[in-house]
Structures are given as structure tokens and as C-alpha cells.
Design a protein around this ligand. Sequence first.
Ligand SMILES: [Zn+2]
Length: 205
Amino acid sequence: MIDTFSSAALALCEAGRVLHAQGWVPATSGNFSARVDDQSMAITVSGRHKGRLEADDIMRADFQGRPLTEGKRSSAETLLHAMLYARDPAIGAVLHTHSVNATLLSRGREGELMLEDYELLKAFAGVETHATRLVVPIFANDQDIDRLATKVATYFTQHPPVHGYLIAGHGLYTWGRDIPETLRHIEAFEFLFACELQQARAYPQ
Ligand SMILES: [Zn+2]
């Protein structure tokens, strides 16, 4: 957990540069947050370019998604961050990206993507062998974020813990105990998404 708002804000700006350099948050898309304390998070201000974030582009919000920084508004998707922190005190960061591979792999799909028998699964916290089945739920895209957040929360109450989920034709939400772990999870997901897509292209069913 990052202990102050300012250090969380700086770390989120740096994460933005890393993720934008990979092409995973194009055209102001995506949003990032980090836990500040047991009631609030630092989160990106709506509409900012994620590769050029500065401290002023990060604000504070509570775990109901309400802004705590006057005059600033976070993404419409803030509730999807807030609900994760409220549910699980071990979560220290949530990063949401819009990569080509996450978009393509989820587009027109709803249900679950199974990732199994990949050595890189060991990049996920708590996974110690390739002989693991990592489930990635895929939810239909929805501009009604309250409704989507309820759907995600309901899934979480009915299934074992997951490391991330996809929104169809939209992107990836993943999290971890801090920003570095969450960045590692994104890199692992992106590698695995690329494998899945390239395998489907090479061996069409
Ligand atoms: Zn999004």
C-alpha cells in the first residue's frame, strides 16, 4: 500500500508512461488508481492523456466513487475501481487498459476466457505452476457503470478470486497489492492475450 496521496500520484503518472509506451492506453483511454488509505484512492482525472500524466491529473476519491478533490472529476468508470478496494483490503492498485489484443480477444464475447498451461501464468500473484487454469471473466460492455459494477460484484461473490477481467470490445481491468505487481499482471495478461490470438490465427478451429 502506498502511504501518501502524493507518492501514489507520482507512481500513477509513471505507470501511465510505461503503459502508453506499449500502446495499451491510446487516445486518453484507460484509468489508473492506487489505494491511499482504508477509505480513499488516488485516481486519474477524466479525459487526461495517460502517457503525459502530471501530478495535477490525479485526484482523490472515496470507495463509493465520490470525488474528494474539489473541482475535479474522475472517469465514469471510477466505481469499477472503488468497488475493488472496498471489497478487498489487500488490493493496493487497479489499472485499466485498452489494448488492441484485449479489445480483439473480448469483442463479441461474454463468459469466461481460460488461460492454462502457460509458463507465464506464474507471473500472477499466488500462482506457482504452469499447470494452472486462470479464469478471466468477460462482461458485456455497458455505458451504465452502476449496472456493470453490480454485475462484476455479483460474479466475484459467486466465483473464486480472479486477477482481472475483460469488458467486451473495451479492455482489461487488473489489480494487485501495489502498482509494480499490477503492472506485472498487465504484462502477463497482454502476453497471454497475444498468444491466444496468434494461436487462433495459426490453428483456426
Ligand atoms: Zn475503459
